[in-house]
Design a protein around this ligand. Structure first.
Ligand code: GLA
Length: 726
């Protein structure tokens, strides 16, 4: 029987995605009104009876026809601009008369099997039997600008992918000032909002706060999604916990400027909007031209934040990251950066590769400093030719020497940047993003290349591809260490300067796409001064991202906890490093236990390790190889929060529940702590599990808990236990 996820009756639409439903309808005047988003419902026309306050006012003495300035309190599916909807509009177009009224009406709709790709932008993918897509076309009667809203419902996930295409069907130019990917309206009094802000070394801090009216904006105007705010958000009931209660999540598949707005009217209409940041966006649409917005992914959980996270993990793992890496085990890598910084030689690298191989590491990554005259972070970005003196020969020869030790080889690049002191900048100063008559701010002595210019992207592609080819690279670390300032392009006319931030991101994706296409087996790991551009747009090309430069195990508990709300363990680069701060010592077992919850590796010099620690590396690599499938493909359960608990614990459970890995970190030593019973999650209560010594009914593990206590005295002591179903 053909799959039916999208139902339509008299222009009322209901999308059934996994265990959720989402509904809206066309009003008699042709506008789009939102009806419902939540757990699965079977109703159709009855949905329109819900009190969405769409027929104002309830006060009988007021004339229902005379309330048109109050439209902001209604639930909109496409929120119009400047007709009494003062909360964020879905799209804003400045027309030929110079005003911004944008009030499109229904024209047509159609259903498509599977999920169409987005022109020029990364997006989730689905086979025809996995999803169904609804396209609804609206047209503004004044300007004849059309808005094609696209919704894809996934069959087995409570998730919907959304985007919009704006087409100028009129005969005058139109200026697009706002084009959101998602508008979702709620009729709700007591919602909390969760979001993730951060800084270098302190990425994705978890925040949860009550919405109490007004507007909250989570944003980036930095040119990249950045450290400061992740392009993701959760709204949930005030009573929602990890395991219970309703939760609504949304994230943008985008790596540039974004705005997420949560606007609550005094009458409790709450609007969630996600999209390009309107403050740094403007796009001129000539007659016949169209504009594709980025995609937004939304998901619903009736069972708390944990289920919401697992839905996003499955969505990103199975429908977003490159298919090539969906099921392939990731290599255990060693990166030389923290061990050597700019001070390396062929001999040091070959020695490191040898020790790495002896201990079970798969891949050696040569980080920054191999190109041009780069011996510090002050120069040479853009000069992507090997420094043959430093590496004692060609890059091909170095790669062969590394591979001769039995490990794969990877290199660091920062393709989007140019150093002030570089041959590239001396030759093409106009290739940097800049504005006339204003000095250029730099950071790390570097500028951002103008990727809105195809010739710049072509140049970088050729340089980077030549090295990949010569060294037959298995892996590339793609870094981006600064944000944009003085955002202008020497190649765009004044009326198109506002297009630069988005054109830049299109150029970035073009480069990713071309390199991925030319080198389908190249594993690209994203990075941005640590975990600064950890977003779903990059994950569509890079299945893993360096989560943070901060590898301190205590700080990582928080960083990985925050990251896990949307992003799967398999996306989080996590390495064992030396103890960063003399004030805080984490034993190597704990540093490894924390790094096991990501794509595992090392960020230190194995040849300088104390022998008693080096002995553990081999065992750690074996352990990871044995259990990594649970981390990569299993279900992740946050058992406690580092923000609230001194005992931080999580589980990686096989999808078929046949086995799981329990990790517990006892953060601070406490003389009066004798252990506790830690309640596990996700198990089938009728099953029984062995921890290798004793057997445990799952009902007991779920209800009473599993007894844990710190195996040693001291801070940051950990336990890792593998359970097998009997
Ligand atoms: C950034 C990255 C680091 C390292 C350095 C090299 O800071 O986050 O991992 O690659 O650049 O300069």
């Amino acid at each position: 029987m053909a799959m039916k996820l999208i139902h339509e009756n008299n222009l009322l639409f209901r999308l059934d995605a996994g265990e959720s439903s989402y509904a809206f309808q066309v009003t008699p005047d042709g506008r789009l009104q939102h009806l419902y988003w939540g757990g699965r419902v079977d109703a159709m026309e009855e949905l329109a009876r819900l009190n969405g306050k769409n027929s104002y006012p309830s006060e009988p003495s007021l004339d229902p026809q005379d309330n048109q300035c109050w439209r902001e309190h209604q639930l909109w599916e496409f929120a119009p601009e400047d007709i009494g909807v003062y909360a964020p509009a879905t799209a804003t177009v400045r027309n030929a008369w110079g005003n911004v009224v944008t009030d499109p009406r229904y024209v047509s709709h159609r259903l498509l099997p599977g999920k169409p790709a987005l022109a020029g932008l990364p997006a989730a993918y689905a086979e025809p039997q996995e999803a169904q897509t609804l396209e609804v076309t609206l047209e503004d009667p004044n300007t004849h600008v059309q808005f094609v809203l696209r919704y894809t419902a996934f069959q087995n996930l409570s998730a919907i992918a959304r985007s919009m295409v704006v087409v100028n069907r009129g005969d005058a130019p139109a200026e697009l000032l706002r084009a959101d990917s998602l508008t979702a309206d709620f009729w709700h009094e007591s919602l909390d909002v969760c979001f993730f802000d951060g800084f270098w070394g302190k990425e994705r801090c978890f925040h949860r706060e009550a919405l109490q009216g007004g507007r909250k904006t989570l944003e980036s105007t930095r040119g990249l999604s950045g450290h400061a705010m992740n392009p993701s958000v959760i709204l949930c009931d005030r009573t929602t916990t990890e395991e219970t209660g309703r939760a609504y999540g949304a994230l943008l598949v985008y790596s540039g400027n974004f705005a997420i707005e949560v606007d609550q009217s005094p009458l409790y209409r709450t609007r969630l909007s996600l999209g390009l940041h309107p403050q740094r966006f403007q796009w001129l649409l000539q007659p016949g031209e169209s504009f594709q917005t980025p995609e937004a992914l939304q998901a619903f959980s009736p069972n708390g934040l944990g289920t919401l996270s697992r839905t996003f993990h499955d969505l990103l793992r199975n429908h977003l990251i490159p298919r090539r890496w969906r099921d392939a085990p990731r290599p255990i890598l060693i990166n030389n950066w923290e061990a050597m910084h700019f001070d390396f030689s062929k001999e040091k690298l070959v020695n490191l590769a040898r020790t790495a191989k002896e201990n079970g590491v798969d891949l050696l990554v040569l980080d920054d400093g191999w190109f041009g005259k780069r011996n510090s972070d002050r120069c040479a970005l853009g000069d992507w030719t090997a420094n043959e003196k430093k590496i004692s020969g060609t890059m091909g020869e170095l790669a062969d020497a590394i591979r001769a030790q039995g490990v794969k080889f990877g290199l660091w690049f920062e393709p989007e940047m140019v150093s002030q002191d570089s041959d590239l900048f001396r030759k093409h100063p106009d290739w940097a993003i800049q504005v006339p008559n204003h000095s250029l701010s730099y950071h790390r002595f570097q500028y951002v290349l103008d990727f809105s210019r195809p010739e710049v992207v072509d140049y970088v592609y050729e340089k980077v591809a030549a090295i990949i080819q010569e060294a037959k690279l298995d892996y590339m670390k793609w870094d981006a260490n600064r944000e944009m300032t003085e955002v202008g392009s020497t190649a765009l006319p004044p009326e198109r300067q506002g297009e630069l931030p988005h054109r830049y991101v299109l150029g970035l994706y073009d480069l990713y796409q071309r390199l991925s296409h030319s080198f389908p087996n190249l594993l690209i790991e994203g990075c941005s001064a640590g975990g600064g551009r950890f977003d779903a747009g990059i994950l569509a090309f890079s299945p893993q991202f360096w989560t943070s430069d901060n590898s301190d195990a205590f700080n990582r508990l928080f960083i990985q906890y925050g990251t896990s709300f949307f992003y799967p363990c398999s996306a989080m680069g996590a390495h064992v490093a030396v103890n960063w701060f003399p004030q805080r010592y984490s034993p190597i077992e704990t540093r490894a236990a924390v790094a096991f919850a990501g794509t595992f590796g090392y960020e230190l010099d194995l040849n300088q390790m104390p022998p008693e620690e080096l002995n553990q590396v081999k065992a750690q690599c074996q352990f990871y190889r044995q259990h990594h499938h649970l981390v990569q493909n299993g279900d992740y359960y946050r058992l406690t929060s580092p923000y609230e608990d001194n005992v931080v614990a999580w589980m990686n459970l096989a999808k078929d529940k046949s086995e799981f890995l329990l990790t517990v970190v006892f953060v601070r030593w406490d003389a009066a702590f004798y252990g506790r019973n830690l309640r596990l999650a996700g198990l089938n209560p009728n099953d029984t599990y062995s921890d290798g010594t004793q057997s445990w009914p799952a009902s007991l593990l779920l209800q009473a808990g599993y007894p844990v206590s710190s195996p040693k005295n001291g801070d940051m002591i950990s336990l890792q236990i593998h359970f097998q179903k009997a």
